[in-house]
Design a protein around this ligand. Structure first.
Ligand SMILES: O=C(CO)[C@@H](O)[C@H](O)COP(=O)(O)O
Ligand SMILES: [Fe+2]
Length: 217
Protein backbone atom coordinates (compact mmCIF):
# COMPACT_ATOMS: atom_id res chain seq x y z
CA UNK A 1 0.00 0.00 0.00
CA UNK A 2 1.21 3.48 -0.83
CA UNK A 3 2.53 5.93 1.73
CA UNK A 4 -0.34 7.71 3.50
CA UNK A 5 1.74 10.20 5.49
CA UNK A 6 -0.37 13.36 5.66
CA UNK A 7 0.44 15.93 2.99
CA UNK A 8 -0.38 19.55 3.81
CA UNK A 9 -1.16 21.72 0.80
CA UNK A 10 -1.51 25.44 1.61
CA UNK A 11 -3.73 27.18 -0.94
CA UNK A 12 -2.21 30.41 -2.29
CA UNK A 13 -5.74 31.71 -2.88
CA UNK A 14 -5.54 32.92 0.73
CA UNK A 15 -2.14 34.59 0.26
CA UNK A 16 -1.44 38.29 -0.19
CA UNK A 17 -1.22 38.46 -3.99
CA UNK A 18 0.73 41.73 -3.84
CA UNK A 19 3.57 39.77 -2.21
CA UNK A 20 3.07 36.43 -3.97
CA UNK A 21 6.73 35.45 -4.08
CA UNK A 22 7.32 36.16 -0.39
CA UNK A 23 4.12 34.36 0.55
CA UNK A 24 4.99 31.23 -1.43
CA UNK A 25 8.52 31.21 0.01
CA UNK A 26 7.20 31.79 3.55
CA UNK A 27 4.74 28.93 3.39
CA UNK A 28 7.32 26.60 1.81
CA UNK A 29 9.84 27.37 4.57
CA UNK A 30 7.09 26.86 7.16
CA UNK A 31 6.80 23.24 6.02
CA UNK A 32 3.99 23.22 3.47
CA UNK A 33 4.40 20.03 1.42
CA UNK A 34 2.44 20.94 -1.70
CA UNK A 35 1.51 24.40 -2.98
CA UNK A 36 -2.16 24.34 -3.99
CA UNK A 37 -3.14 26.68 -6.84
CA UNK A 38 -6.87 27.34 -7.33
CA UNK A 39 -7.60 28.34 -10.92
CA UNK A 40 -11.14 29.74 -11.39
CA UNK A 41 -12.63 30.96 -14.65
CA UNK A 42 -15.76 32.87 -13.56
CA UNK A 43 -17.86 30.33 -15.49
CA UNK A 44 -17.47 26.92 -13.87
CA UNK A 45 -17.49 28.80 -10.56
CA UNK A 46 -18.76 32.26 -9.73
CA UNK A 47 -15.33 33.74 -9.17
CA UNK A 48 -12.16 34.50 -11.12
CA UNK A 49 -8.85 33.87 -9.34
CA UNK A 50 -5.74 33.63 -11.52
CA UNK A 51 -4.37 31.82 -14.54
CA UNK A 52 -1.21 30.10 -15.71
CA UNK A 53 1.01 33.23 -15.66
CA UNK A 54 0.29 33.62 -11.96
CA UNK A 55 0.95 29.92 -11.29
CA UNK A 56 4.22 30.21 -13.21
CA UNK A 57 5.22 33.20 -11.04
CA UNK A 58 4.50 31.16 -7.90
CA UNK A 59 6.67 28.27 -9.10
CA UNK A 60 9.69 30.59 -9.19
CA UNK A 61 9.60 30.95 -5.39
CA UNK A 62 9.45 27.31 -4.31
CA UNK A 63 10.78 23.88 -5.13
CA UNK A 64 7.72 22.20 -3.56
CA UNK A 65 5.20 20.03 -5.40
CA UNK A 66 2.81 22.27 -7.36
CA UNK A 67 -0.80 21.07 -7.05
CA UNK A 68 -3.11 22.76 -9.57
CA UNK A 69 -6.88 22.64 -9.01
CA UNK A 70 -8.69 23.65 -12.19
CA UNK A 71 -12.17 25.02 -11.52
CA UNK A 72 -12.78 25.82 -15.15
CA UNK A 73 -15.42 24.72 -17.65
CA UNK A 74 -13.02 23.43 -20.33
CA UNK A 75 -10.04 21.91 -18.54
CA UNK A 76 -9.10 20.00 -21.71
CA UNK A 77 -8.71 23.27 -23.61
CA UNK A 78 -6.33 24.89 -21.09
CA UNK A 79 -4.53 21.80 -19.80
CA UNK A 80 -1.30 22.25 -21.74
CA UNK A 81 -0.70 25.60 -20.04
CA UNK A 82 -0.65 23.97 -16.62
CA UNK A 83 0.96 20.53 -16.94
CA UNK A 84 4.46 21.97 -17.61
CA UNK A 85 4.20 23.99 -14.37
CA UNK A 86 2.61 21.36 -12.16
CA UNK A 87 3.32 18.08 -10.39
CA UNK A 88 -0.39 17.28 -10.07
CA UNK A 89 -3.43 18.65 -11.87
CA UNK A 90 -7.02 18.07 -10.72
CA UNK A 91 -10.01 18.56 -13.00
CA UNK A 92 -13.67 18.45 -12.06
CA UNK A 93 -15.90 15.53 -13.00
CA UNK A 94 -18.72 18.10 -13.47
CA UNK A 95 -16.83 20.12 -16.12
CA UNK A 96 -17.46 19.91 -19.87
CA UNK A 97 -14.82 17.47 -21.14
CA UNK A 98 -14.01 13.85 -21.88
CA UNK A 99 -12.92 13.02 -18.31
CA UNK A 100 -11.02 9.81 -19.17
CA UNK A 101 -9.13 11.52 -21.95
CA UNK A 102 -8.21 14.53 -19.79
CA UNK A 103 -6.96 12.28 -16.97
CA UNK A 104 -4.93 10.30 -19.46
CA UNK A 105 -3.38 13.49 -20.88
CA UNK A 106 -2.42 14.67 -17.38
CA UNK A 107 -0.61 11.40 -16.69
CA UNK A 108 1.02 11.39 -20.12
CA UNK A 109 2.41 14.85 -19.31
CA UNK A 110 4.13 13.37 -16.24
CA UNK A 111 1.78 14.76 -13.58
CA UNK A 112 -0.39 13.02 -11.03
CA UNK A 113 -3.97 13.08 -12.30
CA UNK A 114 -6.61 14.35 -9.92
CA UNK A 115 -10.36 14.06 -10.25
CA UNK A 116 -12.33 16.61 -8.22
CA UNK A 117 -15.93 16.27 -7.07
CA UNK A 118 -18.12 19.07 -5.74
CA UNK A 119 -20.41 18.63 -2.71
CA UNK A 120 -23.73 18.21 -4.59
CA UNK A 121 -22.33 15.54 -6.95
CA UNK A 122 -22.82 11.89 -5.93
CA UNK A 123 -19.66 9.81 -5.62
CA UNK A 124 -21.00 7.39 -8.26
CA UNK A 125 -20.02 9.99 -10.88
CA UNK A 126 -16.32 9.29 -10.33
CA UNK A 127 -16.69 5.50 -10.06
CA UNK A 128 -16.24 4.83 -13.81
CA UNK A 129 -12.81 6.49 -13.61
CA UNK A 130 -11.35 4.39 -10.76
CA UNK A 131 -7.84 3.41 -11.78
CA UNK A 132 -7.53 6.44 -14.04
CA UNK A 133 -6.82 9.02 -11.32
CA UNK A 134 -4.03 9.27 -8.73
CA UNK A 135 -5.90 11.72 -6.50
CA UNK A 136 -9.59 11.95 -5.66
CA UNK A 137 -10.15 15.58 -4.63
CA UNK A 138 -13.25 15.68 -2.45
CA UNK A 139 -14.47 19.27 -2.18
CA UNK A 140 -15.57 19.92 1.39
CA UNK A 141 -17.07 23.31 0.44
CA UNK A 142 -18.76 24.42 -2.76
CA UNK A 143 -15.92 25.47 -5.08
CA UNK A 144 -15.33 29.13 -5.85
CA UNK A 145 -14.19 30.85 -2.68
CA UNK A 146 -11.78 30.46 0.19
CA UNK A 147 -12.82 30.98 3.79
CA UNK A 148 -16.08 28.98 3.70
CA UNK A 149 -17.20 26.58 6.44
CA UNK A 150 -16.57 22.84 6.01
CA UNK A 151 -19.66 20.86 4.91
CA UNK A 152 -19.77 17.79 7.25
CA UNK A 153 -21.89 15.64 4.88
CA UNK A 154 -19.01 15.50 2.36
CA UNK A 155 -17.13 13.19 4.73
CA UNK A 156 -19.38 10.31 3.66
CA UNK A 157 -17.69 10.49 0.24
CA UNK A 158 -14.25 10.33 1.82
CA UNK A 159 -15.30 7.24 3.78
CA UNK A 160 -16.79 5.53 0.72
CA UNK A 161 -13.73 6.30 -1.40
CA UNK A 162 -11.47 4.96 1.35
CA UNK A 163 -13.51 1.74 1.22
CA UNK A 164 -12.87 1.44 -2.52
CA UNK A 165 -9.20 1.81 -1.74
CA UNK A 166 -9.30 -0.72 1.09
CA UNK A 167 -11.00 -3.23 -1.22
CA UNK A 168 -8.02 -2.87 -3.54
CA UNK A 169 -10.02 -1.41 -6.44
CA UNK A 170 -7.23 1.12 -6.99
CA UNK A 171 -4.59 3.03 -5.08
CA UNK A 172 -5.12 6.78 -4.92
CA UNK A 173 -4.74 9.72 -2.58
CA UNK A 174 -7.83 11.30 -1.07
CA UNK A 175 -7.49 15.08 -0.92
CA UNK A 176 -9.91 17.25 1.03
CA UNK A 177 -10.32 20.89 0.13
CA UNK A 178 -12.31 23.66 1.79
CA UNK A 179 -12.77 24.77 5.38
CA UNK A 180 -9.89 22.61 6.56
CA UNK A 181 -8.53 23.47 10.01
CA UNK A 182 -7.14 21.27 12.76
CA UNK A 183 -10.62 20.09 13.81
CA UNK A 184 -11.94 19.30 10.32
CA UNK A 185 -8.58 17.82 9.23
CA UNK A 186 -8.89 15.32 12.09
CA UNK A 187 -12.38 14.30 10.92
CA UNK A 188 -11.16 13.94 7.34
CA UNK A 189 -8.02 12.04 8.36
CA UNK A 190 -10.06 9.56 10.38
CA UNK A 191 -12.30 9.06 7.34
CA UNK A 192 -9.30 8.24 5.14
CA UNK A 193 -8.05 11.54 3.66
CA UNK A 194 -4.30 11.99 3.33
CA UNK A 195 -3.93 15.34 1.50
CA UNK A 196 -5.21 18.43 3.31
CA UNK A 197 -5.66 21.70 1.45
CA UNK A 198 -5.75 24.68 3.80
CA UNK A 199 -5.88 28.27 2.65
CA UNK A 200 -7.21 30.48 5.41
CA UNK A 201 -6.00 28.24 8.25
CA UNK A 202 -2.38 28.37 7.13
CA UNK A 203 -1.97 31.79 5.52
CA UNK A 204 -3.85 33.69 8.22
CA UNK A 205 -2.20 31.82 11.11
CA UNK A 206 0.12 33.83 13.36
CA UNK A 207 2.53 30.86 13.25
CA UNK A 208 2.19 29.06 9.91
CA UNK A 209 4.76 26.37 10.79
CA UNK A 210 2.87 25.46 13.99
CA UNK A 211 -0.42 25.40 12.09
CA UNK A 212 0.99 23.09 9.41
CA UNK A 213 2.32 20.72 12.08
CA UNK A 214 -1.05 20.78 13.89
CA UNK A 215 -2.86 19.94 10.64
CA UNK A 216 -0.75 16.78 10.32
CA UNK A 217 -2.49 15.53 13.50
O1 LIG B 1 -10.70 25.15 -4.13
C1 LIG B 1 -10.90 25.89 -3.19
C2 LIG B 1 -12.12 26.78 -3.17
O2 LIG B 1 -12.84 26.61 -4.32
C3 LIG B 1 -10.02 25.83 -2.03
O3 LIG B 1 -8.74 25.32 -2.38
C4 LIG B 1 -9.89 27.03 -1.14
O4 LIG B 1 -8.89 27.91 -1.56
C5 LIG B 1 -9.57 26.60 0.26
O5 LIG B 1 -9.58 27.69 1.09
P1 LIG B 1 -9.96 27.58 2.66
O6 LIG B 1 -11.36 27.04 2.72
O7 LIG B 1 -8.96 26.66 3.26
O8 LIG B 1 -9.84 29.00 3.12
FE1 LIG C 1 -8.77 24.07 -4.27
Amino acid sequence: MADRTPIIAPSILASDFSRLGEEVARISEAGGDWIHCDVMDGHFVDNISFGSAFVEAATRHTDKHIDVHLMISRPDHYLDRYTPLADSVSVHVEADHDVAQTLSRIRAAGCLAGLAISPPTPLEKVEPFIGQFDILLVMTVNPGFGGQPFIPETIEKVQAAAEWRAKGLADFHIEVDGGINTATAKIAREAGADIFVAGTAVFKASDAAAEIEALRG
